[in-house]
Design a protein around this ligand. Structure first.
Ligand code: PRP
Length: 215
């Protein structure tokens, strides 16, 4: 039997996603034990899991180090990895938004300073509405930028909205809805087609109610 190598995003989303794999028939008892290991396998079902930093899942899958994985749509839009997107899992839902300090009014006569971890998404969004911007690429705590006058607005992920409101910010525009996607390496999809198709179908069936399921 052929192994399917699965890159799981480390953290809360990964725990949820693993439960979906388990329900779908791909349990891995060794993974459920508390430890610091990063690779787990269950020969009975032919699955090997890796815990990967969420933003790195697409890299492992694109380069074939993993056959399949679960990545946020934000990462897929930002890095445009050359992978197949096979199912919307309907979990890890959030929104890519423009946010600013309460009461902020955009002066279209000036270049808008945009702080973000997602320069491509921000550039595409403002390009489509022909708004001149200056991107300030940050790696985290984006909400600080408008507070300290580093930027006028931010383009960032909003889940509950707590981080914004607790920092005196508010969402201004919604750019795109985000959720976790089941992705596959293109070569693996060809050579392990039965196993990957079967996994994609079973995972799509586990997709949380409003998820789109199979793409
Ligand atoms: C994300 C995002 C916001 C926060 C939004 O940060 O960048 O800061 O979550 O969640 P909320 O709307 O529920 O408050 P993340 O946890 O990924 O950490 P980061 O600041 O290091 O990017």
């Amino acid at each position: 039997m052929e192994w399917v190598n699965v890159a799981l995003p480390k953290g809360r989303l990964g725990e949820t996603v693993y439960q979906m794999f388990k329900q779908a028939g791909y349990a891995c008892p060794s993974l459920e034990q508390e430890n610091r290991k990063l690779v787990f396998e269950n020969p009975k079902v032919g699955v090997r899991y890796f815990w990967v930093k969420p933003s790195d899942v697409a890299i492992y899958v694109e380069r074939g180090a993993a056959d399949v994985g679960v990545a946020g749509k934000d990462i897929l839009l930002e890095y445009t990895p050359d992978v197949y997107e096979l199912a919307d899992l309907g979990v890890g839902k959030c929104c890519m938004c423009v946010a600013a300090q309460k009461g902020f009014r955009d002066d279209r006569g000036r270049t808008l300073r945009v702080a973000t971890k997602f320069p491509r998404i921000a550039r595409n969004y403002y390009g489509a509405i022909t708004r001149e911007i200056d991107i300030i690429k940050l790696n985290g705590s984006i909400e600080l930028a408008p507070l300290l006058g580093l930027s006028d607005v931010i383009v960032d992920i909003v889940e509950t909205g707590r981080t914004l409101s607790e920092n005196g910010l508010e969402p201004k525009e919604s750019i795109v809805k985000i959720s976790a996607r089941f992705i596959a390496n293109k070569v693996s999809y060809k050579f392990k087609n039965d196993a990957i198709q079967c996994m994609a179908q079973r995972m799509a069936a586990q997709a949380k109610t409003e998820g789109e399921g199979r793409l």
